[in-house]
Design a protein around this ligand. Sequence first.
Ligand SMILES: Cc1ncc(COP(=O)(O)O)c(C=O)c1O
Length: 383
Amino acid sequence: MPGTATFEERVRRRIRELEQDGLRRVLQVPSGIDLSSNDYLGLANHPRIKQRMAEAVLEEGCGSTASRLLRGERAILSRVERRFAAFKGNESALYFGSGYAANLSVLTTFLERHDTIFTDAHNHASIVDGIRLSRAKRIKFRHCNIDDLSRRMRSAPPESQRFLITESLFSMDGDFAPLADYSQLCRETGTVLIVDEAHAVGVYGSRGSGFIEQTGCTEGAFLSVDTAGKALGVCGAFVSGPAWAVDYLIQRARPFMFSTAPPPSIAAALDASISVIEEEPERRQRVRDLSAGLRATLTERGINIGRSESQIIPIILGDNERARVVAAELQSEGFDVRAIRPPAVSPGTARLRVSVNANLTETSLERFANAVQRVTQCSTVSS
Ligand SMILES: Cc1ncc(COP(=O)(O)O)c(C=O)c1O
């Protein structure tokens, strides 16, 4: 009978296999110039947001003590949900402890076994996992390819309820989904559109509410999932849409029901963060300008940045080990960039995921581009 010794040996073997494939991860605290966080607007350290959060801890305590369905509910949290819904142009919003939990909740709550969901091949793991758990029929379409999507829609079972889920700005590619086209296709085919705005909220749209706003698709998107740990600088995520849909999430979303409510101080920080986004539009303009500059410089120098059109700029290297070595060399020069390898991206497309934030300077980005050019051309790291 297998025992704990054989179990330990099996786990150790799996770790060795990861090592051999260049896929073993290590935890590394930040050091050097931030070119890898999702703190696009530089709000994680904003004095006004920190102050509000600290005051709320002193006023309301550390923990919420229970699920929101029990004693964990707080007025400050439902207030910030109402504020976020208005910010997105939606009727209602619900806060979740993470974007991962939000996507899992949306997909497992609304999808039923005989439904069909169309999903972009590059969608985030939280979407992939949510669809798996929902047990609906999953139809993957080619990344951002509306022709492939339309073809697959035509051959899908006509009688089932259909959904389309996409990131608006793709987390590892830095390109945008053709949201206006999707929105129209969904209208024509009776498909429910769900949009993950994780990397777009705070940065795009004239009010900073995201790419749905920028493309004028508020009416076409049924639900929006907006993480609050990236440009908003705090943590968690809002799901927003019609009030009846948000009510159904409260009734049925298991990650919401069976989990302790967030600390009230998070709601205070989020409220301050939304105020900063509304009052300091120059932050989003700055991140977009800096990103455009870096994309142009890297492209001029022959660096492969894929289809990036945003503050997320992949430097595609292909081989896992090469990505690890290039990242390590750039880190040793003071740039905090990280290698991204499967399963976060497809095999053979390992990359550095460079992300630009509003606190960077043109000079540091110029130095970074020089370093990337030198390191990627250096013979010791060629694949
Ligand atoms: C597109 C996308 N959706 C959802 C998530 C999950 O959000 P969170 O980190 O808040 O769990 C991420 C996080 O990286 C993401 O990139």
